[in-house]
Write a protein that binds this ligand. Structure first.
Ligand code: HEC
Length: 128
């Protein structure tokens, strides 16, 4: 190789190397842009422990997220009606006897009506 050819070769290698670096930077930038959120399957352990929790979870989570249930706050009577409604309206297998009692107890105890907070005017300038 003469000097000219060697110089040309050096320049080309330099460009090739640069290209690899740029490509790598691009790929890792894309990789870093992947959303961090990874949806996870629900598990009974995601919800407050208590007798009947797993039974309630598996009775209700077949059709919709148990979160939908956990987001409610109902009296025992309304939970009872909800169970009937799921059976009558959506064809949930009938819940009866001990199973029903267990699940109803869990729902009523764990998800009671939510406290109504801040209904009264509160002066934000008055520290309590
Ligand atoms: C066979 C399917 C099925 C099963 C099992 C089931 N559901 Fe549902 N549920 C539905 C469907 C469909 C909806 C959405 C339509 C609706 O709100 O009527 C729903 C909606 C709900 C809602 C929301 C209602 C609202 O006002 O937004 C609650 C609360 C609920 N279900 C509770 C339960 C509970 C508690 C259980 C277990 C004891 C249960 N579901 C099991 C089908 C089911």
């Amino acid at each position: 190789m003469n000097t000219k050819k060697r110089a040309a070769f050096a320049v080309r290698s330099l460009f090739a190397g640069l290209l690899v670096v740029v490509a790598f930077a691009g790929v890792s930038a894309i990789a870093q842009q992947q959303p961090q959120f990874v949806p996870q399957a629900e598990d009974p352990d995601n919800f407050p422990a208590g007798p009947g929790r797993d039974d309630a979870f598996y009775a209700c989570a077949g059709c919709h997220a148990f979160r939908l249930v956990a987001n409610q706050g109902l009296t025992r009577e309304r939970w009872n009606e909800t169970i009937n409604y799921m059976t009558e309206r959506h064809g949930m297998p009938k819940l009866e006897g001990k199973d029903r009692e267990l699940i109803l107890n869990y729902l009523a105890k764990t998800y009671p009506p939510k406290q109504e907070q801040n209904r009264q005017f509160q002066n934000p300038f008055l520290k309590q």
